[in-house]
Write a protein that binds this ligand. Structure first.
Ligand code: GLV
Ligand code: MN
Ligand code: MN
Length: 415
């Protein structure tokens, strides 16, 4: 018999975690088991109220900061920097129930399990959910965590305008989450985030857990193309300033660049709006977004430059005006070697197969990485599907991830 170590044998309650995931998914529920909790909407508010209620029930001290991040703290035996975990509860409009929610609710499940077992840690434990991680209603993504850790400017973010024309600071007040706590003050001892992979790697390799090594660089640009709306039947092809055609050409070129570059380079045109968007009118205006990502900063810059050159050329050739706005720009981030190794070691010791992998998606953890040792834990996503109502991770996989989280938190909190 190996020596029994009760702390390393402590486990979370998987059923309770799943029930909380289900209850949160009921706020902003959409057809197909998905959720729509766009940042700072009424649905987001309802989700926030629910999670704050749970934090209080668990005896946590809850604070809301000026960008609306919510941090629940469970005191430690010593008043020192906390071990921090968390993620986000906002979603894309066609979101699944696990993206973000898992990391927050697994954090609460860790606290609940420690409460049940009567375990007091030396360091305080903090569980947070950060405002507007998704970046779809207001750009950029990882906004709350970026402000929290000083990478993004508070006043600039409070002034940002949503895709439905609202000002972020006003929306925060409207939903009752314009808090008073200052930002860029809180430094965690370390940060660890559990998240679903949102891609196909773990499922394809039949691996239970990933120790995430870092996050790729993200570049979001919005292009506005101004041409001339005109008659579709009477305007000869060589006399058009067709904003719709130019938007399509930029989309094709972004994809061509990514495929030609290969490696981790990806390119996505996720939003295109044509004006007036009618069958027999040449589009006079187009608004589109391009999302470019790469694990290497120099390569990402190369992709940005190639697309910028193309945009200049096609604008001149087609006689349209093209203006652009950077929506988000984050360099690739490498997580802390020792934290990554700890995740790997704990996952393996709990009997889960584990591999290291980088993240293709952006995450709140990346905003902590410059300021404290940081890492992430991934669990598989069925069919690699995410940002889609069909997103799914099985209960035993969620439980596995949460148990790894529990043991990482215990290890780092110097129990
Ligand atoms: C955040 O979900 C992202 O776009 O990676
Ligand atoms: Mn997420
Ligand atoms: Mn997401």
């Amino acid at each position: 018999m190996p020596e029994v170590n009760t702390i390393s044998e402590l486990r979370i309650n998987g059923g309770r975690l799943c029930r909380r995931i289900e209850a949160l998914a009921a706020t902003g529920a959409i057809e197909g088991d998905g959720v729509c909790r766009l940042a700072l909407t009424d649905e987001d508010r309802k989700g926030r109220d629910l999670v704050c209620g749970w934090m209080k029930q668990l005896g946590m001290r809850v604070s809301v900061d000026r960008i609306g991040n919510v941090v629940g703290v469970r005191g430690g035996l010593e008043d020192v920097a906390p071990v921090m975990t968390g993620s986000h509860i906002d979603s894309v409009a066609t979101g699944g129930r696990y993206d973000g929610a898992l990391g927050v609710l697994a954090g609460l499940e860790v606290i609940a399990s420690l409460n049940d077992a009567g375990v007091n840690t030396r360091r305080p434990l903090a569980v947070a959910f950060f405002t507007n991680e998704e970046g779809v209603r207001f750009a950029p993504d990882m906004m709350g965590s970026g402000v929290h850790q000083g990478a993004l400017d508070l006043e600039e973010m409070l002034a940002s305008r949503s895709i439905d024309g609202k000002i972020l600071g006003e929306e925060l007040k409207r939903i009752g989450y314009a808090g008073a706590t200052g930002v860029n003050r809180f430094r965690a001892h370390c940060f660890i985030e559990l998240h679903v992979e949102q891609g196909p790697v773990l499922e394809r390799e039949a691996i239970g857990v990933a120790a995430v090594t870092g996050v790729q660089g993200i570049s979001w640009t919005e292009y506005r193309i101004d041409g001339t709306a005109n008659h579709a039947g009477t305007t000869p092809m060589h006399l058009r300033q067709d904003a719709g055609y130019v938007a399509a050409a930029i989309a094709v070129e972004a994809r061509r660049i990514a495929i030609e570059m290969g490696g981790s380079q990806v390119a996505t045109v996720g939003a295109v709006e044509l004006v007036p968007n009618l069958v027999n009118v040449i589009a006079g205006q187009a608004l589109m977004t391009v999302d470019l990502r790469n694990m290497e900063e120099a390569l990402l810059q190369g992709a940005e430059q190639r697309l910028a050159d193309f945009v200049n050329q096609i604008g001149a050739r087609e006689g349209v005006e093209i203006s652009q706005r950077k929506l988000a720009r984050f360099e690739p981030v490498a997580f802390d070697d020792a934290m990554v190794a700890l995740v790997e070691e704990i996952a393996t010791s709990l009997g889960f197969s584990c591999r290291r992998m980088p993240s293709g998606a952006g995450h709140d953890a990346q905003m902590f990485a410059p300021n404290c040792p940081t890492a992430m834990i991934f669990v598989p996503s069925k069919d690699g599907i995410s940002h889609n109502v069909a997103e799914y991770t099985a209960p035993q996989e969620l439980e596995a991830g949460a148990n790894v989280l529990l043991q990482v938190v215990l290890n780092k909190s110097d129990y």
